[in-house]
Write a protein that binds this ligand. Structure first.
Ligand code: F6R
Length: 608
C-alpha cells in the first residue's frame, strides 16, 4: 500500500526520495508524486502510473532542487488513480504539503467543517483534509499545529508534512500505519519501511501510534500527544543491501524462491539448540499450555494458508482444537474467545490492518496473543504478548514465498515446543521431528535444482484458462497456496479444493484438457488421492501430480509429475509448496506478467 519517503538534510532531496520510493514500489501503487521546498516555495510534481513516469518528468531529480521534501506512491482508496488524487496534497494557500498512508475515517465531517469555513477542495481524497487542517490551524509552530491536527483525526495514518515557512523541518505522525525514521549524518529521513533508507542509514526509530516526530537535519524529537518529549529506542538494522537488490535475478520473486533453503535453515537453527526447540523470551508456561481449551489462528492471504496447515499439525500433535480465521472475518463475528484460548497471529509485514485488528479483539476478550512475524518491531509484533520472529529477511516481491516458508518452519517448531511442554510427545518421536526439520533446507535445495523441469511444464501450460488444485489434509492446505500463487501473479483463474469435495459440484467445470494439479504427498491418504485423480482424469482433465519419490505409481493416473523428496507427512508442506511457487513464477514469466508487482495488489495491506 502507499509508500512514504521524506528527507531533510544537505543533499538534493529529489533523487534521494525517488530512490527511496523505488524501493517501496513493491508495496503496490498506481500514482506517485513529490513535493520539494526549493528555498523559496513548495514545488509539486505528480504522475499517474509507474514511478518511472514521475522520474522522467523530474529528469531523475535534476529538475527539482532542494534539501527538504516528501514523496509518495499511492494505492488508490478514495478517488480514482489520477494526478489530481495523487499525493502530496497541498493546502489552499500552498503553504503545506502532506503525504499519507492510511484512511481518515471522519474526513467527511472534517471536510464539511472546512467547507463551511470557505475552504475549497480539489481532490476526491480523504488526505486533502489533513493539508487543509494544517493551514487552518497554523500558528507559526509546526509541531503545535501537528498535535492539534492529530487530535481531530480518526482512522489510520502515517503522515509526512512540510511547510514553506519551515525550510529545515519535516513533521511526521503515525497511528495504525507504519512509519520509521532513519537517522543519518546531517540528514534524517522518514519512510514507510526500512528498505527505502537502508542505503543511507541503518539506524532506525520506529514511531508508535499517536506519536509525532519533528525532524531537522541534525535532530529528531519524538513527542506524545501531550507534547512530552519521548526517549525512543534506536535500532541498528543488520539487513544487508543485497537483500533488497535483485542480485542478478530477473525478479525478486525468483531470488526469494531461491533464498528459501537459507532462510528456512536460519529460522530453524535460531530455535534449536542441542536437539531441543527453545524459545527465549517467550513465556508459555507448562500449566498455561495444559489448560488451553483452543488455539485460534488469525491471518490473511498466504499467512492464513500457513494457518490452515498449522491446524492439521497442532491438532495432530497437540490434540487441541484449532480454529483458523481469516482476520477480516474474525474481527466482526463476535468470536468465542477467552483466557483459555491462545490466539496465534501470522504475518510477514507485521502491518496487516485486519490481522492487527483481530489481535486487538482477541486481547480484549482475554486471550493471550502470540505472533509469528517477519518484520522486527512492526505493529503486530508490538501489539502481541509474545513474538516469534521468522528470519526471512526483507521480502520484496508482492507474492510471498520465503516468508511463507519460514512461517511454516516456525509452526513446526512451535508445535514441537508445545507438545514437549504438554508431555504429548515421546522422546524418540520428538527427536525424529527435530532431525527431519534440520534436513528440510537441503531437501528444498534439491527441489530448486529441478527448476528447469518445472519451467518446461510451465511452458506447456501457460496459456490455460482455468486450473484446479486438489489435495487431502495438509496437501489440501498447501493447494490453497499453490492456487493463490498462480492466480495472483499470472492472472489465471484457479481454485483449490479438498480432493474428495470436488465431486460435490465443482467437478462439472472439468472438461477436456482442464489442468488439475494433484498434490499427493500424504502417505496414508495416497490411495484415496489416486481415486480422486481418476475421477477428474476420466472427465478429460490433464493431471499434473506432485508426489514424493516413494509413489512412482502416480504415473498410471497422471499426465505429468513432479517428484519431491520424501519426508514426515506433516512436513511435506514445506517441500511441495516449492514446485508450486516455481510453476506459478514461470507461467507468469511466459505470460509476460509484471511478476514482482502484480496488478491491483499491495505488499503490505495497511487498510481494512
Ligand atoms: C500472497 C501474499 C498475501 C499476504 C497477505 C498477508 O502472496 O503475500 O496474501 O500473505 O496480504 O500479509 P502479511 O503476511 O504481511 O500479514
Amino acid at each position: 500500500m502507499c509508500g512514504i519517503v521524506g528527507y531533510v538534510g544537505y543533499d538534493q532531496a529529489t533523487p534521494l526520495i525517488l530512490s527511496g520510493l523505488k524501493k517501496l514500489e513493491y508495496r503496490g501503487y498506481d500514482s506517485a508524486g513529490v513535493a520539494i521546498y526549493d528555498g523559496n516555495k513548495l514545488n509539486l510534481v505528480k504522475a499517474k502510473g509507474r514511478l518511472q513516469i514521475l522520474s522522467d518528468k523530474l529528469d531523475a531529480g535534476a529538475q527539482l532542487k532542494g534539501h527538504l521534501g516528501i514523496g509518495h506512491t499511492r494505492w488508490a482508496t478514495h478517488g480514482e488513480p489520477s494526478e489530481r488524487n495523487a499525493h502530496p496534497h497541498v493546502s489552499y494557500s500552498g503553504k503545506f504539503a502532506v503525504v499519507h498512508n492510511g484512511i481518515i475515517e471522519n474526513y467527511i465531517k472534517l471536510k464539511e467543517k472546512l467547507l463551511n469555513n470557505g475552504i475549497n477542495f480539489y481532490s476526491e481524497t480523504d488526505t486533502e483534509v489533513i493539508a487543509q487542517l494544517f493551514d487552518y490551524y497554523y500558528n507559526g509552530d509546526l509541531l503545535d499545529t501537528g498535535l492539534k491536527v492529530m487530535a481531530e483525526l480518526e482512522g489510520s495514518y502515517a503522515l509526512g508534512i512540510i511547510c514553506d515557512d519551515k525550510p529545515g523541518e519535516l513533521l511526521a505522525m503515525k497511528k495504525d500505519s507504519p512509519l520509521i525514521i532513519g537517522l543519518g549524518k546531517n540528514e534524517n529521513f522518514i519512510a514507510s519501511d526500512i528498505t527505502a533508507v537502508i542505503n543511507r542509514t541503518r539506524d532506525i526509530i520506529r514511531l508508535d501510534d499517536n506519536e509525532v516526530a519533528l525532524l531537522t537535519s541534525s535532530n529528531v524529537g519524538v513527542y506524545d500527544k501531550d507534547k512530552r518529549l519521548l526517549s525512543k529506542q534506536v535500532s541498528c538494522i543488520d539487513w544487508d543491501i543485497a537483500s533488497v537488490e535483485k542480485s542478478g535475478y530477473e525478479h525478486f520473486m525468483l531470488k526469494e524462491i531461491m533464498e528459501q533453503p537459507k532462510v528456512i535453515r536460519d529460522t530453524i537453527k535460531s530455535k534449536i539448540e542441542n536437539g531441543e526447540v527453545f524459545f527465549e523470551n517467550i513465556s508459555l508456561e507448562k500449566e498455561y499450555i495444559k489448560r488451553l481449551s483452543k488455539i485460534c489462528i488469525v491471518a490473511c492471504g498466504s499467512a492464513y494458508h500457513v494457518g490452515c496447515i498449522a491446524k492439521y499439525i497442532f491438532e495432530k500433535i497437540l490434540r487441541i482444537p484449532v480454529e483458523v480465521e481469516v482476520a477480516s472475518e474474525f474481527r466482526y463475528k463476535e468470536p468465542i474467545i477467552d483466557d483459555s484460548v491462545l490466539t496465534i497471529a501470522i504475518s510477514q509485514s507485521g502491518e496487516t490492518a485486519d490481522t492487527l485488528a483481530a489481535i486487538r479483539e482477541a486481547k480484549k476478550l482475554g486471550s493471550k496473543v502470540l505472533s509469528i512475524v517477519n518484520v522486527i518491531g512492526s505493529s503486530i509484533a508490538a501489539a502481541s504478548d509474545e513474538v516469534l520472529y521468522t528470519l526471512a529477511g526483507p521480502e520484496v516481491a508482492v507474492a510471498t514465498t520465503k516468508a511463507y516458508s519460514t512461517q511454516l518452519a516456525m509452526v513446526y517448531l512451535l508445535a514441537l515446543y508445545m507438545a514437549n511442554k504438554m508431555d504429548k510427545i515421546d522422546r524418540s518421536e520428538y527427536n525424529n521431528y527435530v532431525n527431519e526439520l534440520l534436513y528440510l533446507p537441503s531437501k528444498v535445495e534439491d527441489i530448486l535444482k529441478c527448476r528447469d523441469e518445472i519451467k518446461s511444464l510451465a511452458r506447456k501450460f501457460y496459456s490455460c484458462k482455468n486450473v484446479f488444485f486438489i489435495g487431502r489434509n495438509i496437501d489440501y492446505a498447501v493447494s490453497l497456496e499453490g492456487s493463490l500463487k498462480l492466480k495472483e501473479i499470472s492472472y489465471i483463474h484457479s481454485e483449490a479444493y479438498p480432493a474428495g469435495e470436488l465431486k460435490h459440484g465443482t467437478i462439472s467445470l472439468i472438461e477436456e484438457g482442464t489442468l488439475v494439479v494433484a498434490l499427493a504427498n500424504n502417505n496414508s491418504l495416497f490411495e484415496k488421492m489416486i481415486s480422486n485423480i481418476k475421477e477428474v482424469k476420466s472427465r478429460g482433465a490433464t493431471v499434473l501430480s506432485i508426489t514424493n519419490e516413494k509413489h512412482q505409481e502416480i504415473d498410471e493416473v497422471s499426465d505429468y509429475k513432479i517428484l519431491i523428496p520424501d519426508t514426515i507427512d506433516i512436513m511435506s508442506a514445506s517441500l511441495e509448496v516449492i514446485p508450486l511457487q516455481i510453476f506459478a513464477y514461470y507461467i507468469a514469466l511466459f505470460k509476460g506478467c509484471d511478476i514482482d508487482k502484480p496488478r491491483n495488489l499491495a505488499k503490505s495491506v495497511t487498510v481494512e
